[in-house]
Design a protein around this ligand. Structure first.
Ligand code: C2G
Length: 152
């Protein structure tokens, strides 16, 4: 019976950084629970997501490294979750390093290195940029067509 692990996050635009974290966490023990931030909680975190909670939770449930998916509704639920789920290890990416050490009376607390050069935020920015490029291309096309039309 391996150790029981728990982690928390938004997991918007599921990407390789998320996969690598979950794979490493699954390697630490025998059972991985992921608590996914609800849309309401993300509003509290000041995070705007692209993918709604139900789909983010379903995507995580389909991940081979994940055994259980729970909603994360607020900052304060971690202690109750750890006790109820009989968690041995709480782990997060190291952008949270030190932030949850108060949980160390309940379980081991680990922070794992983030995957560089990928984030939901950068993916959103890339998509926004693409949209601007496309708009610019359409604008030039319209100007060309207008120029041709007025030359007729
Ligand atoms: N992560 C990572 N590498 C990345 C991006 C994210 O390892 N390139 C990790 C983060 O460190 C985090 C997890 O993936 O452990 C989920 O990241 P987010 O969805 O950004 O989670 P966040 O919004 O930070 O929410 O109560 C804790 C919060 O809910 C964490």
């Amino acid at each position: 019976m391996g150790k029981r692990i728990i982690t928390y996050g938004t997991f918007d635009l599921f990407h390789i950084g998320h996969v690598r974290l979950l794979k490493r966490l699954a390697g630490l023990g025998g059972h991985l629970t992921v608590c996914v931030s609800t849309d309401e909680f993300n509003a509290i975190k000041g995070k705007k997501t692209v993918i709604p909670f139900e789909q983010r939770a379903e995507i995580l449930g389909a991940c081979r490294y994940v055994d259980n998916v729970l909603p994360e509704n607020d900052w304060a639920q971690k202690r109750d979750d750890i006790m109820r789920e009989k968690i041995d290890i709480f782990a997060m990416g190291d952008d949270w390093s030190g932030k949850f050490n108060d949980l160390s009376d309940l379980c081991e607390v680990f922070y794992l290195p983030r995957t560089e050069d990928i984030s939901s935020t950068s993916m959103k920015a890339f998509m926004e940029a693409l949209r601007d490029d496309q708009l610019l291309e359409i604008k030039h096309l319209i100007e060309t067509l207008n120029a041709k039309a007025s030359a007729l």
